[in-house]
Design a protein around this ligand. Structure first.
Ligand code: ZN
Length: 425
C-alpha cells in the first residue's frame, strides 16, 4: 500500500474519531471485521489457543490480543492512547452573555495550545448515558453533532493590543465557545439529544468535548505533510492496529492496547496507571489454566512498545531541539530517551527495538529533550507501575503537538505499521 493510500485512510480514521469514544468504537469495528471476539469484563471468558479477542473498559480504552496455537514463551505488548487535549462541556453548559448571546461553559481537558482553537468552526462529540426503561440498564450512545455548531471568537486586535506580544489565555474568560443568539437559549442539550437519537430528558449523564471541524489535509510541495486534529496519538493508534493485524503473532501472546486519559496523567480506571492491562493479562493466563508463576515468567520474557507521538525539529525554532538528537518529519520512527526515565527506553530495550526496525527496513531517529528543558511524559513508565517489563518509548515525529490541527509526515505512518508488524512477527 502506498504512503498516500495509508495517509488517506489515516485521515478517514481521524475524521471518524472526534472523541476517544469514537476512536474506540472504530477500533472495535475494525477488529470485528477481522473476526475478533469481544469479551466483557463482567462476564466469564471462554478463550482458547489460536483465538483472537478484545475487551474494552469505559468505552474509551481497548485491549486486543491473540493467543498462539502452540505454547508461547513471552508477550509482545503495543500501547498508545485514545485521548487528545480538548475542552470538555460542563454540566448546565449554557451561559447568557449581555442578553444577546448564548455561550457554552467548558473546562480544559489536558494541556492544549489555546491560540489555534480560536476562529474556526467547532462542534461537539462524545457520549451520553440513558437508562433503558425495559431492562433498567444504562446505555451509552455516541454523539457527534456533525455540523459547524460553535466557534470561539478572538478579541479584535484593537481591543487587545497584547494579542501578538504574549497574551495569557484565561479558560473561563477567553475560551468559551459561542453557540447562538438568545433564541438558542435552552436548546443545546436538545441538539445533543437529537444527534444521539434520544430524548433530551432521557439523558442522565454525558462526556462531551469540543472538536475542530476542519478536515484532514495532505499538503506541501510534494504532498509530504498531513495535518488534522488528534494526530497525537491516533496516528500511532491507527498504525499500531494495522501492524498488529498484519503481524504473524505465532510465538507470543500478542497484545495491542489503546488507553484513555494519557493527557491528564493516566490515573483513571481505564488509564495506563489502572489495572486494566494487568487484569487482562492475568485473566488470559487464568483462563488458559496457567499459573501466576507462568505469568511472571512470561513477563520477564516480554517487550512493550509505548507509542506516542514525538516532537520533530520545528522549522522556525530549530534551537528548541537537542543538539544531537533531532527527529524530522518523514525521517522514520522516533526512539525516545530520558535519563530520568520519563521515557522507559534503556540500552537493552533500545537495542531490541533497533533490531526490529532493521529487520523491517524502517529508519529510526532519536529524541531527547534539551538538557535545559523539561519535556512531557507518556504512558510507558506509568504502565510499568502495574505491568513491569522491558519497555521502549517510541513515536512518530510531528509539529504543533496539542494544537487542534497538528502536522505529521505521510511516510511515517507506514514505517510504524511495518515495524509493529515485524514486532508481532
Ligand atoms: Zn500523546
Amino acid at each position: 500500500m502506498t504512503d498516500l493510500t495509508i495517509s488517506k485512510e489515516l485521515a478517514q480514521f481521524l475524521e471518524a474519531s472526534p472523541s476517544c469514544f469514537h476512536a474506540a468504537a472504530n477500533m472495535k469495528k475494525a477488529l470485528e471485521n477481522e473476526n475478533y471476539t469481544e469479551l466483557y469484563e463482567n462476564r466469564k471468558w471462554q478463550i482458547r489457543p489460536g483465538g483472537k479477542y478484545f475487551v474494552t473498559r469505559n468505552g474509551s480504552s481497548l485491549i486486543a490480543f491473540t493467543i498462539p496455537a502452540r505454547e508461547f514463551s513471552g508477550m509482545r505488548i503495543l500501547a498508545s492512547h485514545s485521548d487528545s487535549p480538548a475542552f470538555k462541556i460542563k454540566e448546565n453548559p449554557e451561559l447568557e452573555s449581555d442578553s444577546h448571546y448564548i455561550r457554552l461553559n467548558t473546562e480544559r481537558y489536558g494541556g492544549m495550545l489555546c491560540a489555534p482553537w480560536f476562529d474556526r468552526p467547532l462542534s461537539v462529540a462524545g457520549r451520553v448515558i440513558v437508562k433503558d426503561p425495559s431492562s433498567g440498564t444504562f446505555l451509552t450512545k455516541l454523539v457527534n453533532v456533525d455540523r459547524d455548531l460553535l466557534l470561539i471568537p478572538n478579541l479584535a486586535i484593537h481591543m487587545n493590543r497584547d494579542a501578538n506580544t504574549g497574551y495569557k489565555y484565561n479558560a473561563q474568560k477567553d475560551m468559551l465557545p459561542l453557540y447562538g443568539s438568545l433564541t438558542a437559549k435552552g436548546t443545546f442539550m436538545k441538539t445533543v439529544a437529537d444527534a444521539a437519537g434520544v430524548e433530551e430528558d432521557e439523558i442522565l449523564g454525558h462526556d462531551l468535548f469540543l472538536y475542530n471541524r476542519e478536515k484532514a489535509s495532505i499538503w506541501g510541495a510534494s504532498g509530504e505533510f498531513i495535518s488534522c486534529g488528534r494526530l497525537d496519538d491516533l496516528q500511532c493508534t491507527f498504525a499500531s492496529l494495522r501492524g498488529f493485524l498484519a503481524g504473524a503473532k505465532k510465538d507470543c501472546l500478542a497484545v495491542h492496547c489503546m488507553l484513555d486519559n494519557e493527557e491528564v496523567g493516566s490515573t483513571t480506571k481505564q488509564g495506563a496507571a489502572s489495572t486494566f492491562l494487568r487484569d487482562t493479562l492475568l485473566r488470559i493466563h487464568d483462563c488458559l489454566g496457567m499459573s501466576r508463576e507462568d505469568y511472571l515468567i512470561h513477563l520477564a520474557d516480554s517487550l512493550m512498545l509505548s507509542a506516542d507521538n514525538a516532537h520533530a525539529v520545528h522549522p522556525n525554532h530549530t534551537e528548541k531541539s537537542d543538539p544531537s538528537n533531532r527527529p524530522y518529519i518523514n525521517g522514520g520512527i522516533v526512539l525516545k530517551f530520558n535519563a530520568n526515565q520519563k521515557y522507559c527506553t534503556d540500552g537493552v530495550s533500545a537495542a531490541m527495538f533497533r533490531d526490529i526496525c532493521k529487520r523491517a527496513e524502517v529508519p529510526v531517529q532519536t529524541f531527547a529533550n534539551r538538557s535545559d528543558m523539561a519535556g512531557g511524559s507518556t504512558l510507558g513508565n506509568i504502565s510499568n507501575t502495574q505491568v513491569a517489563l522491558n519497555t521502549v518509548d517510541i513515536g512518530l515525529p510531528q509539529l504543533a503537538m496539542h494544537s487542534p490541527y497538528e502536522t505529521a509526515g505521510v511516510k511515517d505512518t507506514e514505517y510504524l505499521i511495518r515495524a509493529t508488524a515485524e514486532f508481532f512477527a
